[in-house]
Write a protein that binds this ligand. Structure first.
Ligand SMILES: Nc1ncnc2c1ncn2[C@@H]1O[C@H](COP(=O)(O)OP(=O)(O)OP(=O)(O)O)[C@@H](O)[C@H]1O
Ligand SMILES: [Mg+2]
Length: 375
């Protein structure tokens, strides 16, 4: 398998020298996809293989992980890379216009149809179409898209003559598509048609070791490029020291690479220093992260765990200590230490104890949590 991948890579790089001389600088950067972590290298390798095929591909992953970049990568690595590449954001087109936009119409098909219109699928003929945010496609349009995929024909609105097309489809979503199917928002049959090949892009928290490389890229990208410095004049010549980069790696980046890029953009605008140290990062990161010292974190876990078991056992300490496999007296001591002091009314309460305010809040959280978990 490894040697197969290696062979494929050799074949691809040879190909690129011959076919994309003018774009060789971009090629070295894997079409702007930065990262040498195992997961990103594996994604790039999968994307290269996917590019060799004409089958539909579904790209999934959280927002800001780079799905669009990977769609572009697949197009650029494919044999269709000299043919049209039509990108559509399904969420950005009003529902009333989406069918005309995708499949086209003939003059007079509806009131505003003053002339013929090709539509995106016909425009993408012999090439590739990228349907971004595919889960936002209205359910009726999903049925029509399914027909197009199954028949390789487009029915333009108002026309009886189907238009034969040859289009490679790349779709992407940041939603949980199986959940969308379960909720009746996405057609199961369309999912199977689109998901012939699949590519999942991992969140940045799963490849934090790429952060130094990403930071370097966003700091050094040439002016005018898609990357950070090109967009921010005051960002020119600014960089982060190692401690600052290490600090960035402590954060989980729920908005993924996009959030990192925007954070750096803001940092470069607001910082007057040329080399930014960790103290500048601290303010932003510490607000977002809630890391506790180890002892506090362990106690927080213990408290919640014990309260969950107390609750499940109707606040009976004997049963709870049996589940925890500790002495009842030790449980009692732990409850005092951890300030677990009050049982809800109707339950057995630990003797001689009163609940501080904070415990009531925690208790209600824990109860809701336990109830939700049971449902
Ligand atoms: N590996 C990467 N290397 C360089 N830049 C990246 C990488 N991943 C993402 N980016 C950058 O992060 C931003 C978001 O990427 P992209 O638009 O591809 O994300 P997405 O997964 O399509 O997000 P959404 O689901 O919100 O549409 C872009 O500016 C992109 O250039
Ligand atoms: Mg996108």
């Amino acid at each position: 398998m490894k040697s197969e991948t290696a062979k494929l890579r050799v074949a691809l790089s040879g190909n690129s020298k011959e076919e994309h001389n003018s774009e060789s600088a971009e090629k070295k950067e894997s079409w702007g996809i930065i990262g040498s972590s195992k997961v990103i290298v594996a994604c790039k390798s999968d994307a290269s293989k996917i590019a060799k095929s004409d089958a539909p591909v579904l790209i999934t992953g959280e927002s800001g992980t780079g799905k669009e970049l990977f769609a572009n990568f697949i197009f650029k690595e494919s044999k269709r890379n000299k043919k049209p590449y039509i990108q559509i954001n399904c969420a950005a087109i009003p529902e009333s216009m989406i069918e005309a936009e995708l499949f086209g119409h003939v003059k007079g098909a509806f009131t505003d149809a003053v002339s013929d219109r090709k539509g995106k699928f016909i425009a993408a003929d012999n090439g590739t179409i990228f349907l971004d945010e595919i889960c936002e496609l209205p359910i009726n349009t999903q049925s029509k898209l399914l027909r197009v995929i199954e028949r390789s024909f487009v029915d333009r609105l108002g026309s009886d003559t189907p238009y034969a097309i040859d289009v490679r489809i790349i779709a992407a979503t940041n939603k949980n598509i199986k959940e969308e199917i379960k909720n009746g928002n996405f057609r199961n049959d369309l999912y199977y048609r689109l998901n012939v090949l699949s590519l999942h892009i991992p969140p940045l928290r799963e490849h934090k070791n790429d952060i130094p490389e990403l930071v370097k890229y966003f700091c050094e990208a040439p002016s005018g490029s898609e990357a950070l410095s090109g967009n921010v004049n005051s960002g020119k010549n600014k960089s982060l020291d190692n401690d600052a980069i290490n600090k960035l790696m402590l954060y989980d980046w729920p908005g993924n690479v996009r959030e990192l890029k925007n954070y750096l953009k803001r940092l470069f605008i607001t910082s007057s220093k040329e080399i930014i140290g960790q103290s500048s990062i601290d303010i932003e990161i510490s607000e977002k992260n809630n890391f506790l010292p180890l002892k506090k974190a362990i106690n927080k876990f213990k408290k919640k765990y014990i309260m969950d078991i107390l609750l499940a056992n109707n606040w009976n300490q004997s049963k709870t200590s049996a589940v925890l496999d500790i002495q009842r007296t030790y449980l009692s001591r732990l409850m005092k230490e951890l300030e677990i002091c009050e049982a809800p009314s109707g339950c057995e309460a630990p003797s001689g104890s009163k609940a501080p305010e904070v415990d009531k809040r925690n208790l209600s959280y824990t109860r809701n949590h336990a109830e939700t978990a049971k449902r």
